[in-house]
Design a protein around this ligand. Structure first.
Ligand SMILES: [Zn+2]
Ligand SMILES: [Zn+2]
Ligand SMILES: [Zn+2]
Length: 121
């Protein structure tokens, strides 16, 4: 599973190591080499599970669709980080409540702050 792009529609076959990856970052994480760039990319549609190749040097709008099932596989990447940031919209309002309160550390005085004088350094 790709954790970089949540709505990934195709797997990409890396031309360098002949392995299937969901995105270039997945390849970077699992490989010790750079993804080789090539004009002819091989994709595997996740919808119909069929492979197809595309010449990236003459990539056209119609090439954004799977030739087997017409699945529109070129989608704007939805990244997990971006999804989290949506909830932070109104953070400005909440920030007023964040006063400069100093956390008192009394509770942390426990076994960790024992007098260590009896110990040999
Ligand atoms: Zn590779
Ligand atoms: Zn990935
Ligand atoms: Zn397809």
């Amino acid at each position: 599973m790709c954790k970089h792009i949540l709505n990934v529609q195709v797997a990409i076959r890396a031309p360098c190591c002949k392995q299937w990856f969901d995105c270039a970052e997945c390849h970077a994480e699992r490989s010790d080499h750079r993804l080789r760039r090539t004009n002819e990319m091989i994709f595997l549609c996740k919808k119909c599970k069929k492979a197809f190749r595309k010449d990236m040097s003459e990539y056209d709008e119609q090439d954004e669709y799977c030739p087997h099932c017409d699945n529109h596989y070129v989608l704007p990447a939805v990244e997990p980080k971006a999804a989290l940031m949506v909830e932070g919209e109104d953070a400005r309002v909440d920030s007023k409540m964040l006063k400069d309160e100093r956390v008192k550390g009394d509770a942390s005085r426990s076994i960790f702050t024992q007098d260590g004088s009896s110990r040999l350094g």
